[in-house]
Design a protein around this ligand. Structure first.
Ligand code: OFO
Length: 168
């Protein structure tokens, strides 16, 4: 059984993950508005990943005999100044989520809640990957700047991304 304090934060995290799904769908729609289908695809797949993160928490709370609470999802930002702006905002968002996961891990540690400490390890590792992936794309977009050829090359690369549900 998870403590009330930890349960409250885990439920809040479900909301943050669904918000992330929404935010990345908004970013996908922005890229679509620029006719950049590869970038749009990248964010659609990212949104699917976020849904997976939310549902993994949902299932964990149920498994631990806790009560899942779903809160209203905030409206995501829908307009951006450029592709670089989108990716910089996405990277900032991932840094925020990493801090949230660390807060959860701190509470689980304080409460010596070993099952949740073990469960959160997956999210800690996942955040390393998420930040790294956005960081690399921010750097590439800075190199590309206004070069349309470079933009279309990256668009074509990102069109190949598919959602593969993690097995563990
Ligand atoms: Fe759920 O990792 Fe991104 O936000």
């Amino acid at each position: 059984m998870i403590s009330e304090k930890l349960l409250k934060e885990l439920n809040k995290q479900i909301n943050y993950e669904f918000y992330s799904e929404y935010l990345y769908l908004a970013m996908s729609a922005y890229c679509e508005s620029l006719d950049l289908e590869g970038f749009s695809n990248f964010f659609k797949v990212q949104a699917e990943e976020e849904r997976f993160h939310a549902m993994k928490l949902f299932d964990y709370i149920n498994e631990m005999d806790g009560r899942v609470k779903l809160f209203a999802i905030d409206e995501p930002k829908t307009s951006y100044n450029s592709l670089l702006d989108v990716f910089e905002k996405a990277l900032d968002h991932e840094k925020f989520v990493t801090k949230r996961i660390y807060t959860l891990a701190d509470i689980a540690n304080e409460e010596k809640e070993h099952a949740t400490i073990s469960f959160l390890k997956w999210y800690i590792d996942e955040q390393v990957e998420e930040e790294s992936s956005f960081n690399k794309l921010v750097k590439r977009l800075k190199m590309i700047k206004d070069d349309s050829h470079g933009t279309y090359m990256l668009d074509s690369e990102l069109s190949q991304r598919t959602f593969i549900p993690p097995t563990e």
